[in-house]
Design a protein around this ligand. Sequence first.
Ligand SMILES: CCCCCCCCCCC/C=C/C(=O)SCCNC(=O)CCNC(=O)[C@H](O)C(C)(C)COP(=O)(O)OP(=O)(O)OC[C@H]1O[C@@H](n2cnc3c(N)ncnc32)[C@H](O)[C@@H]1OP(=O)(O)O
Ligand SMILES: NC(=O)C1=CN([C@@H]2O[C@H](COP(=O)(O)OP(=O)(O)OC[C@H]3O[C@@H](n4cnc5c(N)ncnc54)[C@H](OP(=O)(O)O)[C@@H]3O)[C@@H](O)[C@H]2O)C=CC1
Length: 267
Amino acid sequence: MTARTSVLADTACAGLSALVTGAGSGIGRAITLRLVELGARVTGLGRRAETLAETGSLAADRERYDYEVCDVRDTEAVVAAVGRTGARHGLGLLVNNAGGQFFAPATGISAGGWRAVIDLNLTAAFTVTMAAYPFLAEAGGSVVNISLSGVERGGMGMAHSVAARSGILGLTRTLALEWAKDGVRLNCVGPGTVLTSALSDEAGRHVHDNLVARGTPMRRATAPEEVAELVAFLAGPAGAMMTGQLIQIDGGAHLGPGLHMLPEAYA
Ligand SMILES: CCCCCCCCCCC/C=C/C(=O)SCCNC(=O)CCNC(=O)[C@H](O)C(C)(C)COP(=O)(O)OP(=O)(O)OC[C@H]1O[C@@H](n2cnc3c(N)ncnc32)[C@H](O)[C@@H]1OP(=O)(O)O
Ligand SMILES: NC(=O)C1=CN([C@@H]2O[C@H](COP(=O)(O)OP(=O)(O)OC[C@H]3O[C@@H](n4cnc5c(N)ncnc54)[C@H](OP(=O)(O)O)[C@@H]3O)[C@@H](O)[C@H]2O)C=CC1
């Protein structure tokens, strides 16, 4: 079944200035393209200039897109890039999307592996959000943190990532309380399986046979465009009273057996 995803009014994000991390591929690119289509101007952030530039070449209006090359694990670079973006354009929306992990049982995660995933998926989002705060407060803006389906229940093969994203959920809810006085809202979006290029051919059979066919009650993957529409909804006026939420967009995966990256979960 093909999803019909574009339901928001064409001007739903008109006048919004956004920063999207990981805008050069997959979900981050889909979010960026949809925000521009809905009238926002977007700065994309990532480590590779080529992919970030390619996102611009696909945008409905290239004039409303630019990018900053930056590793979100590099605090100094983040503070500089977010500061430049905020000073240039203001900041009404931050999407912390850059992230990822390797899949391994907890016993296969070294101290270095743990640190790498926590740095990328928890500490970096904290750094970016703190750097964005003065601009978000000035605009009465919002933050959407891209998380994972199943973050509240666990997922085999993802101890480090689920721990990081649980931390993000706690951070989201705490800042939703602390920053409500500034009119700043924060929410988490937890996608299920999204077939981006990050999921290699090697993992393809496991993804189709287990994560989609057996782990997802709706029996299909989530489209990146569906995640993008939800982010735009949360960022726009219709989301004005939503804060501190975790919204899982996963075809019910969080209710069923869950999305586990270890084959033995489905044995
Ligand atoms: C078998 C079935 C698989 C099914 C897959 C289905 C997925 C379904 C979707 C559900 C949910 C999740 C979705 C997603 O997130 S999609 C993907 C988005 N993109 C990615 O995940 C790729 C991103 N990964 C990375 O960028 C890197 O792996 C990472 C940031 C995590 C680490 O980067 P870094 O450059 O810091 O890495 P290093 O090489 O320097 O290594 C650092 C330490 O980590 C250890 N390591 C690295 N890879 C592995 C591995 N595969 N297994 C074990 N350990 C690993 C490495 O050894 C270093 O540790 P030491 O210092 O101790 O050596
Ligand atoms: N695909 C899926 O099934 C699911 C994905 N997610 C989450 O959604 C988010 C996006 O995933 P997806 O689009 O699939 O993955 P991709 O690997 O396609 O996208 C990740 C993006 O993050 C950027 N990125 C990674 N590390 C850094 C870094 N250190 N500094 C700056 N940018 C970085 C990458 O760009 P560059 O390499 O140029 O820096 C890339 O554009 C991730 O947080 C992922 O965990 C959640 C649930 C399911």
